[in-house]
Design a protein around this ligand. Structure first.
Ligand code: BG6
Ligand code: MG
Length: 218
């Protein structure tokens, strides 16, 4: 494999729980109890689409102004957690894995829906390990659309079939599969059974194993 594309939230850093806490507050304001099970469907999903889903589950229709305000408040709340982040928030095995790829000269990209991605990579000291960052500021179509990963592959100059994607979300694994890339699910096989391989974290496999995976044929 020649290109390595990492999702951010829930793959590199444990921010998925911060997104959950912030959305739970929004849902509470709408009189709806957001459960961890439903939250699985918000992972990897853009800010706008996440709020649309919550409103649908809550059976609410709201004015555009209020919609904008809820999104702003959710992000402000989320950022109170992000501001406190350091390298200690990097998930197990991720930094060693990234450094090994870098040392071996492999092209590495970020492929995230988040508009806060550069800030989080700065806070955790990982930004210099990425050759390119494709995030919520640079793509239009949200996962499960493959756009974010296709743009990342293009920027790395690697054919899609020779890219590996690391993802913790149902929507993200679907996006990687839709892009024709090898998908590595990080989490439980219950949610990520559609990935090519599923592991609980980066300590369960080696860079060598990933680099030597078979490319996908169209
Ligand atoms: C994804 C997260 O990475 O980014 C989602 O899994 C989040 O939970 C999305 O909604 C957008 O992130 P942000 O930081 O721009 O609100
Ligand atoms: Mg994620």
């Amino acid at each position: 494999m020649k290109g390595f594309i990492f999702d951010l939230d829930g793959v590199i850093v444990d921010t998925a729980r911060f997104h959950f806490l912030a959305w739970k507050k929004t849902a509470d304001e709408l009189g709806f109890a957001l459960t961890p099970e439903l939250n699985e469907q918000l992972k990897g999903v853009s800010r706008v689409d996440s709020l649309k889903k919550i409103l649908e589950w809550a059976g609410k229709e709201i004015e555009q102004d209020y919609f904008e305000r809820l999104m702003t408040e959710k992000n402000e709340d989320y950022l109170t957690y992000v501001e406190r982040m350091t390298a200690a928030d990097i998930l197990p095995g991720v930094e060693d894995f990234l450094r090994a790829l870098k040392e071996q000269g492999h092209p590495v990209a970020l492929g995230s829906a988040s508009k806060n991605a550069p800030l989080i990579l700065e806070k955790t000291g990982l930004i210099s390990l990425f050759d390119t960052i494709v995030d919520g500021n640079s793509v239009k179509k949200a996962k499960p659309d493959p756009e974010v990963f296709l743009v990342a592959a293009e920027q790395l100059g690697v054919p899609t079939g020779e890219c590996v994607v690391f993802e913790d979300s149902e929507a993200g694994v679907t996006a990687a599969n839709n892009a024709g890339m090898v998908s590595i699910g990080l989490g439980s096989p219950e949610n990520l059974g559609h990935a090519d391989h599923v592991y609980s974290d980066f300590t369960e496999f080696t860079p060598e194993f990933i680099v030597n995976l078979q490319p996908k044929r169209k």
